[in-house]
Design a protein around this ligand. Structure first.
Ligand SMILES: [Zn+2]
Length: 114
């Protein structure tokens, strides 16, 4: 399967998958519990060739390097670097948008089978 389906007892459902660009997992809600607020994506209910809409945009901050971490410990100011991972998931492929800050910017790749 290319996406993991996590059904919570509250009634919400989360899809989770590995992002090779960020080397971590991303997730979206495809169902919310009654009264639970937040965005909901549509999904074709296919774990092998998922299509999820609309696009997913993950904003974050690049993890500190060991050197930067040591500087923070010493009380020095370290500039953080904002990151963006923005993509469409279509038929089991991840199509990364041009505003991604990582190396797979603009590329389309097959999702990894788990
Ligand atoms: Zn990513």
């Amino acid at each position: 399967m290319k996406v993991n389906v996590i059904d919570y007892s509250t009634g919400s459902t989360l899809l989770m998958w590995h992002c090779p660009a960020c080397d971590t997992s991303h997730s979206v809600h495809v169902k919310r519990a009654p009264g639970e607020e937040g965005p909901v994506w549509t999904w074709n209910n296919d774990i092998h060739n998922p299509t999820i809409q609309p696009s997913v945009r993950v904003s974050g901050t690049r993890p500190l390097t060991e050197d930067e971490y040591q500087r923070v410990i010493r009380g020095e100011k370290v500039e953080t670097v904002d990151t963006t991972c923005h993509f469409h998931i279509i038929d089991g492929k991840i199509a990364f948008c041009g505003d991604c800050t990582h190396a797979l910017n603009g590329k389309t790749i097959d999702m990894v089978e788990d």
